[in-house]
Design a binder for this molecule. Structure first.
Ligand SMILES: O=C(O)c1ccccc1NCC(=O)[C@H](O)[C@H](O)COP(=O)(O)O
Length: 268
């Protein structure tokens, strides 16, 4: 199964990180660094009726190479110019052709809060995310135990970041809700084991979420009708990658998919 392969590769990367990243040095560097930008708060204060996390995504296991003229900083600047609330940056190299360097370079040029989109399986990756400039990390319920979810969540918060906790089915959602911490839950419409996508997953899972949880619908959102469908299902924001990456003009692609701004003067 592909997800198992990804996790096996991450285990090797984490072994290398154990030699390369000292937690005490990381803590010192983080205490000297600028505070994070509020990722969750940007979605609360969103610029449109449905918030947007726009993804910088060069390639994927399901689609292969998605964008050939891939300049991560220009893409992120186009997202910012289109009043995107948050940006997701894929940092996995092996399967998504992403890079920590992309996130670092985007952090230098763009003020929008950044999600480090990767497969977190070890606490060192959370320190690393904060050091490279992330404002939030992704915690995928399909690859973590309840105790890992809780401790990684607490660590992210202790380091000043938000955590987007991702689920795909009822069992994963129940685990996350049992944990009793997550206030930002992503429903991935893509089954990461089969790559099948279905927006009904958002509808089925959001209705099981208590009030006070902000739900993000992730993956396979391609048309304004899809955004409307997940809004009606209760999603407060969407996470979109491929649809934007396949358009030459990313800024206008955001406007076409997401519609006009709610707040005057948000653009630019
Ligand atoms: O995108 C994939 O093929 C994929 C395969 C295995 C694990 C994760 C995968 N994608 C990560 C994501 O969650 C998406 O990049 C993100 O939700 C955006 O999806 P899309 O708008 O469909 O590009």
């Amino acid at each position: 199964m592909f997800l198992d392969r990804i996790v096996a590769t991450k285990k090797q990367e984490v072994d290398a990180l154990k030699g390369a990243l000292s937690i005490s040095k990381a803590e010192k560097a983080i205490s000297d660094s600028a505070p994070c930008r509020g990722f969750h708060q940007a979605l609360v204060n969103r610029n449109r009726p449905v918030g947007l996390i726009a993804e910088v995504k060069k390639a994927s296991p399901s689609k292969g190479l998605i964008r050939t003229d891939f300049d991560p900083v220009s893409l992120a600047q186009a997202y910012e110019a289109a009043a995107t609330d948050c940006i997701s940056v894929l940092t996995d190299t092996e399967y998504f052709q992403g890079s920590n360097d992309y996130l670092k370079a985007i952090r230098e040029k763009v003020k929008v809060p950044l999600l480090r989109k990767d497969f977190t399986i070890d606490e060192r990756q959370i320190y690393e995310a904060r050091l490279i400039g992330a404002d939030a990390v992704l915690l995928i319920a399909a690859i973590l135990s309840k105790s890992q979810l809780a401790s990684f969540y607490d660590l992210a918060r202790d380091l000043g970041m938000d955590a987007l906790v991702e689920v795909h089915d009822r069992r994963e959602l129940e685990t996350v809700l049992d944990m009793g911490k997550a206030s930002l839950i992503g429903v991935n419409n893509r089954d990461l084991k089969t790559f099948e996508t279905n927006l009904n997953v958002t509808e089925q899972l959001i209705r099981l979420m208590p009030q006070g949880v902000a739900a993000i619908s992730e993956s396979a959102i391609a048309e304004p009708e899809d955004v409307e469908f997940v809004r009606k299902a209760g999603a407060q924001a969407v996470l979109v990658g491929e649809t934007f990456m396949r358009q030459s003009d990313v800024q206008s692609a955001v406007q076409q998919l997401m519609g006009p701004l709610t707040k005057e003067g948000s653009l630019g």
